[in-house]
Write a protein that binds this ligand. Structure first.
Ligand SMILES: *Cc1c(COP(=O)(O)O)cnc(C)c1O
Length: 238
C-alpha cells in the first residue's frame, strides 16, 4: 500500500468509529478527499483505494486536474470561495458546490450550468463562528438565499456547509456543528423541504462533526499530508 492508501484507510476507520460512537448507520457519512495543492499522482493513489469524490478550492488548479483525469469520471466538489468571474468554470466542471453564499453567485451558476449535465448540487456555506475572515452567510441570511436557490431549476439544493473557527476544544467544535445541524432543521421546517446534506468536519474535527450529524466530511491533510503555509493562507477570504 502507498502512504496515501494507508492514510485513507485510517480516515475510513476514524469515520466508522465516529459513526459507531454516535449510534449512526455504518456508511452514513461520505468522504470528500480534499485534493487542493495535491499533485495528480497523489489523486491517482487515492482513486486506486476507491476514492471517487474530490474537493478543490482553486479553480485554475482544479481545471487542470479535472481535464487530466476526465476519463476516470471522478466526482468533483468545489469548496472554496467563489468569485463571479469563476462561476462558469465551476458550473461546467463540478458536480457539487459547497460554498454558495450569495444570491448572485447562485443565479450565475444556474444560468451557466450546461443543459447536458444534471442540475448542480449546491450547499449554502454558513459562517457559524462569525469570523470576519471566513466566507459564508449568517444563519439569518441563509433563509432568503435558500429560497432563491430552490427557485433555480439548474441547481439542486442539498444542504449546508460550514468551516468553524479552528479549535482543539471538542466542546466548542461540537457547539459550532450543532448550530449548523439546528439551522438545517429550521430551514427544513420553514421551507418544507428535506435537506440531506451537512458538509462539516475536516482533518482536525471530523469526529465532532459526525457526532453532530455530518453527512459529508471534507478531509485533506490526513489523506494527502500537510499543505504549505502559502497555500493554507488562501483557504480563507483574505
Ligand atoms: C482545505 C479545506 C478542507 C480540508 O482541510 P484539512 O484540515 O486539510 O482536512 C476542508 N474544507 C475546506 C472548505 C477546505 O478549504
Amino acid at each position: 500500500m502507498t502512504d496515501i492508501e494507508q492514510r485513507l484507510a485510517a480516515v475510513h476507520a476514524r469515520i466508522a468509529n465516529a459513526e459507531r460512537l454516535a449510534g449512526r448507520q455504518p456508511g452514513s457519512v461520505g468522504l470528500v478527499a480534499v485534493s487542493k495543492t495535491a499533485p495528480i499522482p497523489a489523486i491517482l493513489a487515492a482513486v486506486r483505494a476507491d476514492q471517487r469524490a474530490f474537493g478543490e478550492s482553486y479553480i485554475q488548479e482544479a481545471s487542470a486536474k479535472i481535464q487530466a483525469l476526465r476519463a476516470l469520471n471522478l466526482q468533483w466538489h468545489f469548496i472554496g470561495p467563489i468569485q463571479s468571474n469563476k462561476t462558469r468554470s465551476i458550473a461546467e466542471q463540478f458536480s457539487w458546490v459547497h460554498s454558495v453564499d450569495r444570491i448572485k453567485i447562485a443565479e450565475r451558476l444556474n444560468e451557466q450550468r450546461p443543459a447536458s449535465l444534471p442540475p448542480l448540487n449546491v450547499c449554502i456555506q454558513v459562517n457559524v463562528s462569525h469570523e470576519q475572515s471566513k466566507s459564508g452567510v449568517s444563519a439569518i441570511d441563509s433563509l432568503p438565499l435558500a429560497r432563491a436557490i430552490l427557485a433555480l431549476p439548474r441547481l439542486r439544493f442539498r444542504g449546508l456547509m460550514t468551516i468553524p473557527r479552528a479549535t482543539d476544544d471538542v466542546n466548542e467544535q461540537r457547539a459550532s456543528f450543532h448550530l449548523l445541524a439546528q439551522l438545517r432543521q429550521t430551514l427544513e421546517a420553514d421551507l418544507n423541504v428535506s435537506l440531506g446534506t451537512l458538509s462539516m468536519g475536516m482533518s482536525s474535527d471530523l469526529d465532532s462533526a459526525i457526532a453532530e450529524g455530518a453527512t459529508l466530511v471534507r478531509v485533506g491533510t490526513d489523506i494527502f499530508g500537510a499543505r504549505t503555509a502559502t497555500n493554507a493562507l488562501t483557504d480563507s477570504k483574505g
